[in-house]
Design a protein around this ligand. Sequence first.
Ligand SMILES: [Cu+2]
Length: 93
Amino acid sequence: MRLSVLGLLMAAALPATAQQLADGEIRKVDRKAGTVTIKHGPIPSIDMPAMTMVFHVQEAAMLDRVKSGDKVKFQAELRPGGKATVTSIEAAK
Ligand SMILES: [Cu+2]
C-alpha cells in the first residue's frame, strides 16, 4: 500500500518532457548542413514510428555533443515546412 502510493507520487512528479524522450542511435553528424541522422524508436509526441531519418537541430552546439554510434535520448518537434527538429538531446545512460 505504502509503496504503491509512493509510486503514484513519483510518477506524477516526473516532468512531462522526461516522458516524451525518444530513444535513438546517432548514425551521422553533418555540421555543414546542421543535421543529424538518427535511427530512432517511436516518438509519440509527434506520432512517428521507429525509423532512420535526418533531423535538423535547434542549436548547432548540439552537434558537438554527439557522434556516430552514440546512444541518445532526445526530443523532436515538427516545424513549419515539415522540418523535423531536435529540441533536446542527451547521452542515454
Ligand atoms: Cu522519424
